[in-house]
Design a protein around this ligand. Structure first.
Ligand SMILES: [Zn+2]
Length: 172
């Protein structure tokens, strides 16, 4: 089932999410819903707080080439355990901040540990777009948005645009 995505500013997007302690069918269903919502948007990553659920859960799939097999990843309690000194700059966007993009500098390579849908511990090294995406999504679990990396003026400009967008949506 597709869920609706919260638009910044929203207090739920500023919260530190709680670790998942018990992998229930309900949580697996939530992960499925998040993947469906992400692919439909379309986007390459989605964090639970973006649909108003304050649990440490993210989904992502950065496969963009047409004809390539999709690679849906579901991560409970994802954690960055190592990051490279080398950095990368990507123009980032966010499904909670529609149609706004800005360059963000992040470590180029990160090693991530998480719990998968079957409750197994996983660990993998991600680079380039995958690394940026997983860092962006984990930030969401800590109440942090990509615009928090921008200069205050730029951040305020984007926030005002989003407030206007929300007012327009509320009227529609
Ligand atoms: Zn985002």
């Amino acid at each position: 089932m597709k869920r609706s995505i919260l638009i910044h500013p929203d207090h739920r997007l500023k919260k530190v999410c709680a670790p998942v302690t018990d992998l229930s069918d309900e949580l697996r269903q939530l992960a499925d819903d998040m993947l469906e919502t992400m692919y439909d948007a379309p986007g390459i990553g989605l964090a639970a707080p973006q649909i108003g659920v304050l649990d440490r859960l993210i989904v992502m799939d950065c496969v963009k080439e047409e004809g390539e097999e999709p690679r849906p990843l579901v991560m409970f309690n994802p954690e960055i355990i190592a990051s490279s000194d080398e950095t990368n700059v990507y123009e980032e966007g966010c499904l909670s901040i529609p149609e706004q993009f800005a360059e963000v500098t992040r470590p180029k390579v990160v090693e991530v540990a998480w719990i998968d849908c079957d409750g197994n511990a996983q660990q993998e090294t991600f680079d380039d777009l995958w690394a940026t995406c997983v860092q962006h999504e984990i930030d969401h679990l800590n109440g942090k948005l990509f615009i928090d990396y921008l200069k205050p003026l730029k951040r305020q400009m984007i926030t005002r645009k989003m407030q206007k967008l929300k007012r327009e949506k509320a009227r529609a």
